[in-house]
Design a protein around this ligand. Structure first.
Ligand code: UDP
Length: 141
């Protein structure tokens, strides 16, 4: 399987719960390398741009409000099949439907406050990584 990169965000609910380290352990234990990371408190404009694909959805306003409600931890994960692997680790969007042992089953409270974001395809991964890590601050290894 190809080595891929994917964009991951630990959302404000999980940062507030103090489980960044526990979620990083899931990534590393699954063989994914954290090759870039930063904590940020997104502006409304950044959150709206990042989730622009959902702009027409009924939950868009609440999603943006939630994403700017506190700091987030943003990282690039690299590894074999990293995009699908991260989505498997995350679990279903609605934590009530997420498989046992997934990040969302263990750390998320609701479909809105669902602990993590992960790119869903190579094209979106490339766009999302460039959005948060333009230029040199990705440490390939
Ligand atoms: N979302 C929401 N209500 C919904 C569907 C989605 O609040 O009914 C939020 C949720 O935070 C989700 C994000 O919008 O993670 C993006 O939705 P998507 O369908 O892309 O889910 P994901 O890829 O994050 O699992």
């Amino acid at each position: 399987m190809a080595i891929e990169r994917t964009l991951s965000i630990i959302k404000p609910d999980a940062v507030a719960k103090n489980v960044i380290g526990k979620i990083y352990d899931r990534f590393e234990s699954a063989g994914l390398k954290i090759i870039a990371s930063k904590m940020a408190h997104l502006s409304q404009s950044e959150a709206e741009q990042f989730y622009a694909v959902h702009a027409a959805r009924p939950f868009f306003k609440d999603l943006v409000s939630f994403m700017i409600s506190g700091p987030v931890m943003i990282q690039v994960l690299q590894g074999e099949g990293a995009i699908a692997k991260n989505r498997d680790l995350m679990g279903a969007t609605d934590p009530k439907k997420a498989d046992a042992g997934t990040i969302r089953a263990d750390f998320a409270d609701s479909i809105d406050a669902n602990a993590v974001h992960g790119s869903d395809a190579p094209e979106t991964a490339a766009v999302e990584i460039a959005f948060f890590f333009p230029g040199m601050n990705v440490f390939a290894r």
